[in-house]
Design a protein around this ligand. Structure first.
Ligand code: PSU
Ligand code: MN
Length: 302
């Protein structure tokens, strides 16, 4: 038997021993989702937001053949500047570990690692989903099937408008993933508060979200929950403003033949450029807001 290759940061190990709330954080958003140095500033600010809200942050990444649950500031800084980091989803996790490469975990891989580490709540920005043009490409993020399989509550700001949002949520419904909106009836769309789609479920109190996770477990239903938390109003970019930007970025991706794992990072990078950084500011604001909510859900005993 291969031993579980988990390495806990001292702060996370202490929180586990004491039964204190822990919030997992992903690393693909650092390496593939934002440029340096904003990615490092974001990663530090998100960890601080989790601590302020009364939980312990555990940023997850793969280094030296081990799953690191909680990173030192030096490791965070190295990751934020590193090039050639592997973008790791469910399919890549084992090979990344056995080859000892440095890997950044997507939502799917972070969920797997969090569950192995006994962490039940995870904060991110947006989830991957069904890509537009799926009828040609079959590009559907492994994040969706992971939500159906792995018992972690994922706090997001919904799915980005670069995706086919209606198909993404149809698929989550088929997969039996509870999609829970907070504070409003609509599913948010990442940079914008309203996707135009009604949310199937709404729970405004973090304690209710934690109770739902416990009930799902008691019922023996596998999989997690997807919490969709709208971006704070002062940080949002309205949908009408994002539509032409997203369309332009998608057209560039198409023209350049961008495919597979490269699609999401390419589009995010183009959108940052096309909005002159405004999308990045919005992205940071929504991740911070998600981190605070995740800490409250964890503290309520998800
Ligand atoms: N949302 C963001 N920034 C990101 C991602 C999502 O705001 O960097 C990342 C997440 O790690 C997500 C991944 O799991 O993109 C989805 O990639 P793909 O579409 O290739 O599955
Ligand atoms: Mn994909």
């Amino acid at each position: 038997m291969t031993d579980l290759p988990l390495s806990f940061a001292p702060e996370v190990a202490a929180a586990r021993d004491a039964g204190r709330p822990i919030v997992a954080l992903e690393s693909t958003i650092i390496t593939h989702g934002m440029p340096y140095p904003q990615n490092l500033e974001m990663a530090r600010a998100v960890e601080a937001a989790v601590r302020e809200a009364g939980a312990v942050p555990a940023t997850i990444a793969l280094m030296g053949g081990r799953i690191h649950v909680g990173l030192t500031d030096a490791a965070l800084e190295e990751l934020a500047q590193a090039t050639g980091v592997m973008k790791v989803s469910r399919a890549d996790l084992a090979v990344c570990l056995t080859t000892g490469r440095t890997g950044a975990t997507t939502v799917a891989a972070t969920m797997i690692c969090a569950a192995l580490a006994g962490i039940r709540v995870f904060a991110t920005g947006g989830i991957g989903g069904v890509h537009r043009g799926v009828e040609r490409t079959m590009d559907v993020s492994a994040d969706l099937t992971e939500l159906a399989a792995t018992p972690v509550t994922v706090v997001s700001a919904g799915a980005k408008a670069i995706l086919d949002i209606p198909r993404t949520f149809e698929m989550l419904e088929t997969l039996g993933v509870p999609v829970i909106a907070v504070g409003q009836d609509a599913i948010p769309a990442f940079w914008s508060r309203d996707s135009g789609l009604p949310a199937p479920l709404r729970l405004d109190d973090p304690a209710e979200i934690a109770a739902a996770a416990r009930m799902r477990r008691a019922l023996g239903i596998p999989g997690g929950q997807l919490v969709v938390n709208p971006i704070p109003a002062e940080a949002e970019i309205p949908r009408a403003e994002m539509i032409p930007v997203v369309d332009a970025a998608l057209a560039e991706a198409e023209a350049q033949g961008i495919a597979a794992k490269a699609v999401t990072p390419f589009l995010l990078d183009r959108i940052f450029a096309l909005t002159e950084g405004r999308s990045l500011q919005a992205n940071i604001a929504l991740v911070l807001s998600n981190a605070r909510l995740a800490a409250r859900i964890a503290a309520a005993g998800a």
